[in-house]
Ligand binder design. Structure first.
Ligand code: NAP
Length: 282
């Protein structure tokens, strides 16, 4: 039995179409054009590609984008000063700082400076704290939000299921664990010190892998009929692969996301959704 593929590209395209329509309405009714500002410090090649992708996606749905490029020599205080000024700029609705920041800069004080009302990446302590408390945060981080949309598309009930999240990053692992908990899954979070990863993963009815290690989840770890969401993006030679060994996992899973074309397109769609929501609130 082969798994059904969860096509993130198709689902994200539908969502982007809905966003484009809502952006048009907001412009017509309130004269507001949503605007996303991205601070890009340094010359990390992957970040350059991601930011260009964000600019393109914004343009496609009628959201304005403004990329502030800074040299790798930028100082922490300069970055904090820029974020403070962008917080005050009323024409900007969504604000994010692209990670990683250049060597020597601690991302925490920079990210914490972003106003909670513009925090479209959902990393502000207030937004993360509300998520932890089960309250409605202003913004939920884009990748976990996108994963919840992918799960919804399968029609599989989350309530009462065993969910295993591999990885405990602030941007994916922790928030997706909390969202699954909100939907009444029994959630286990694994990380680099987890003993016998395979044994824990084998319990999962819903598995989310966000590690950054190609093929760390092999098919023989996947429970028969599990829903498998692969967040990992790893370059192996000239190919992009996930954290799940797709070929072996697809024979056991009921649903599985491909890499590329699964979670990635959803992340950008949710960023557009958060920017639109920020503009509505402004
Ligand atoms: P991250 O900050 O890179 O951290 C990796 C996590 O994996 C950590 O929690 C680490 O544990 C855990 N880990 C490392 N080795 C492990 C092992 N052998 N067994 C179990 N857990 C292990 O995580 P991230 O930012 O969530 O990124 C993970 C991957 O997802 C990357 O490939 C990234 O490119 C990708 N990603 C994709 C998207 C998308 O939109 N498609 C979005 C975000 C991230 P410790 O905490 O103990 O170190």
């Amino acid at each position: 039995m082969g798994a059904k593929i969860i096509d993130g590209k198709v689902i994200a395209k539908r969502i982007r179409g809905e966003i484009a329509e809502e952006v048009r309405e907001l412009k017509k009714e309130k004269g507001i054009t949503p605007k996303l500002c991205v601070v890009l410090a340094g010359d990390d090649p992957a970040s350059q590609v991601y930011v260009r992708g964000k600019e393109r996606a914004c343009a496609e749905v009628g959201i304005e984008s403004d990329v502030r490029r800074l040299p790798p020599t930028v100082k922490q205080q300069e970055l904090i000063g820029l974020v403070r000024n962008l917080n005050k700029d009323k024409s900007i609705h969504g604000l994010l700082v692209q990670l990683p920041l250049p060597k020597g800069i601690d991302p925490k004080p920079v990210l914490d400076e972003i106003s909670a009302e513009k925090d479209v990446d959902g990393l502000h302590p207030l937004n993360m704290g509300k998520l932890l408390k089960g309250e409605n945060p202003t913004f939920v981080s884009c990748t976990p939000q996108g994963i919840m949309e992918l799960l919804l598309s399968t029609g599989v009930e989350i309530k009462g299921k065993e969910a295993v999240v591999v990885g405990r990053s602030n941007i994916v692992g922790k928030p997706i664990a909390l969202l699954l908990l909100q939907k009444h899954a029994t959630v286990t979070i694994c990380h680099s010190r987890t003993q016998d990863l395979g044994e824990v993963i084998r319990r999962a009815d819903i598995l989310v892998a966000s590690v950054g290690s190609p093929g760390i989840v092999h098919g023989d770890m996947v429970k028969e009929g599990a829903v498998v969401i692969d967040v990992g993006v790893n370059r192996v030679g000239d190919k992009l692969v996930g954290d799940v060994d797709f070929d072996s996992a697809k024979d056991r899973a009921s649903y599985i996301t491909p890499v590329p074309g699964g979670v990635g397109p959803m992340t950008i769609a949710m960023l557009l959704k958060n920017t639109l929501a920020a503009a509505r609130k402004a």
